[in-house]
Design a protein around this ligand. Structure first.
Ligand code: BF8
Ligand code: SF4
Length: 638
């Protein structure tokens, strides 16, 4: 194996460590070995100064000023870095928004009555959304309302419009600012397509102009595609309410057929949950010698299930190979995004069946069962049956499931948070004004094998809650913090006195699970609601974002829309922009004067916590709220 680092340096999660040890013992390659084999990674690419946008290239600009300073077409480092970043944002925004479109299409078909396995579970939310979109609800049935809402939302994707349907959630000041800057997203698909156009050779050759469009592209994700995904998922699968479930590889059960649901879209996992309770399939599992069928989640599909149904979570991004290494996973059912092609290689070393389901995401070495929402339930049954059949091939002698799970609370939709506060943001605003809660921070995003797994998320979160800062988590950060025991009401003991008091009064943890990565829109919605309640813009609030272990293009889009919405954001992993000091200056300084927020890059979570505390205190001071000295930071972040 290529990796030589100590296992304890790779992950701070004990279950992960146990499985990495097993992988090394058995000569099974994992993500850490492949990272080591790639080193040293290409310095030009890491700095963002390589370009292969046309066949006069590929080109690279020498960051040390000795070699070429321009590509064959004449593009300099600023243009190349900005174009690359623009394309990264577009890819991330496209991933989220295409997920949203898949949900929207099924929502429309459900309204037409042509699907199987779906229903409109939250008609109160359906009506509220329809009213928000100017659709008549009085005297109409849910199907009729849903049909019109589906049409209106579909228009946000492709047609000629000037703004998105969710824009009115924003404070007026922010809407006006975007108008003035020319970054109001006009259509979800449009901004992505325009970014691909602009970054073709010889189109947008002004890095500032390209990056401003990058913000607009990301906003079409945050206030467009991802928001459609979150809101319609709530209507179809239920708006999350606080519930307690568990996390870790111990969620697998040796005596059961274990099926992991991995990927992002709840369309598939929801019907699989129904199929796993089908008496005929449960009987089949028993016939094969299992006690029952046990479903576990991975990554964001896992978050969707945990938020709404309390299904246990096996792990986050870097656990996807390790869950197979337990020898107890019978089937891994995947749809799309963040599913490493390597899972089929690891699965070959065991009896695990990898089942791909999305026609747009096939995996060599997987069994493909094409998912069709018109026959959703029937296909879900076929998938579960395949898992049961794989169980019959399991070798009990190779089963090594790490013991124990950690309890965690999930389910904090905006509706649930406001519900706990008595229906208005007032108690939260009062707690912030009084300094019991100093501010709130979204700690979100991935795992990345370049960072010790979970350490960035957990360290940052601990430092923030200790300082009376409420932490909102989504995606793989939620799983990391869940494993660390920070997401039960008892974790209030780890919080500062003010936050502890508020959490105890409400019976909530100091770290609130708000869902999957598309559900970062819940954080946007909450921030916008607070700003509107206070009659101010989002950038005036004591808020921040952080992605301590990000890896994905989606995370870049998220970071960009969070900043463009007015929220300061700290990244724990360097984005590929450092080959252009101008781009770095714009993103880490200049943007503050443009959108009222900027990026920082800080790999050390302790220092990131200080940066964020200092930012929150500055915002509090700006609002005339009581201030706390946060100490100085030696190394200024980029
Ligand atoms: O969308 S946090 S590793 S699983 S990209 Fe992926 Fe990152 Fe996890 Fe979900 Ni989000
Ligand atoms: Fe080179 Fe310009 Fe072509 Fe990029 S677009 S590969 S910099 S010639």
């Amino acid at each position: 194996m290529a990796g030589t680092e100590k296992v304890s340096q790779l992950s701070s999660c004990n279950d992960a460590r146990a499985m990495i040890v097993r992988a090394r013992e058995e000569g099974i390659e994992t993500v850490w070995d492949r990272l080591a084999a790639q080193e040293p990674q290409c310095g030009y690419c890491a700095l963002g100064v390589s370009c292969r946008n046309c066949s006069m290239g590929p080109c690279r600009v020498d960051p040390f000023g000795e070699g070429p300073q321009k590509g064959v077409c004449g593009a300099d480092a600023d243009i190349i870095v900005a174009r690359n970043l623009g394309r990264t944002i577009a890819a991330g925004a496209a991933a989220h928004s295409d997920h949203g479109r898949d949900i929207l299409e099924v929502f429309g078909e459900l309204a037409e009555g042509t699907t199987s396995g779906y229903e409109l579970r939250d008609t109160t939310k359906l009506k509220a959304l329809a009213e928000e979109w100017g659709i008549e609800v009085d005297g109409r049935d849910s199907q009729e309302i849903a049909l019109e809402l589906a049409d209106a939302m579909m228009e946000d994707y492709g047609s000629r419009k000037s703004r998105l349907g969710f824009s009115d959630r924003l404070p007026e000041q922010r809407q006006e600012l975007w108008e003035k800057l020319g970054i109001t997203p006009r259509g979800i698909d449009r901004e992505n397509v325009e970014m691909l156009h602009r970054t073709h050779m010889g189109v947008d050759n002004d890095y500032v102009n390209t990056l401003l469009h990058g913000l607009r592209t990301s906003l079409s994700d945050g206030w467009g595609g991802s928001m459609v995904a979150t809101e319609l998922s709530d209507v179809m699968f239920g708006t999350p309410k606080p519930n307690i479930s568990k996390v870790n590889l111990g969620a697998l059960r040796a005596e059961c057929v274990n099926i992991a649901l991995h990927g992002h879209n709840p369309l598939l996992s929801d019907v699989i949950m129904q199929a796993a309770e089908d008496p005929e399939l449960v009987a089949l599992a028993k016939e094969k010698g299992a006690e029952g069928i046990n479903l576990v989640g991975l990554c964001c599909t896992g978050n969707e299930l945990q938020m709404r149904k309390g299904i246990p979570m096996a792990g986050n991004h870097l656990m996807q190979e390790l869950v197979i290494l337990t020898g107890a996973l019978d089937a891994m059912v995947v749809d799309y995004q963040c599913i490493m092609p390597a899972v089929t290689d690891v699965a070959k070393c065991f009896h695990t069946e990898v089942i791909s389901t999305a026609d747009k995401a096939k995996f060599t070495g997987a069994t493909h069962i094409s998912f069709d929402p018109h026959r959703g339930y029937e296909i879900a049954r076929q998938i579960v049956r395949t898992g049961i059949e794989a169980y019959a091939n399991r070798n009990p002698d190779r089963v090594r499931i790490p013991e124990g799970t950690v309890e965690m609370m999930a389910g904090f939709s905006v509706e649930a948070i406001l519900g706990a506060l008595g229906g208005t943001p007032e108690p939260l605003v009062e707690a912030i004004k009084a300094g019991k809660i100093r501010g709130a921070v979204g700690v979100v995003g991935c795992n990345n094998p370049k960072v010790q797994q979970d350490l960035g998320h957990v360290t940052l979160t601990k430092r923030l809650i200790e300082n009376d800062i409420l932490v909102l988590v989504t995606g793989c950060s939620a799983v990391a913090n869940g494993k660390a025991g920070l997401m039960m009401p008892a974790a209030a003991d780890m919080a500062g006195p003010g936050l502890k008091e508020v959490c105890e009064a409400l019976g909530i943890p100091p770290v609130l699970h708000m869902g999957s990565c598309v559900d970062n829109t819940r954080i946007l919605t909450l921030a916008a609601a607070l700003a509107r309640y206070l009659g101010t813009d989002i950038d005036k609030l004591p808020l921040a974002g952080a992605a301590p272990e990000w890896y994905s293009e989606k995370a870049v889009s998220i970071g960009a829309y969070v900043v463009a919405s007015g929220i300061y954001t700290v990244l724990g992993v360097q984005p590929a922009i450092f080959g252009s000091p101008n781009v770095v200056n714009l993103l880490a300084a200049g943007l503050d004067d443009v959108v009222g927020a900027k990026f920082a890059v800080e790999a050390d979570p302790e220092k990131a916590a200080l940066l964020i505390r200092r930012h929150i205190e500055a915002k509090r001071e700006g609002l005339g709220l009581p201030f706390v000295e946060t100490g100085e930071i030696e190394t200024a972040a980029a």
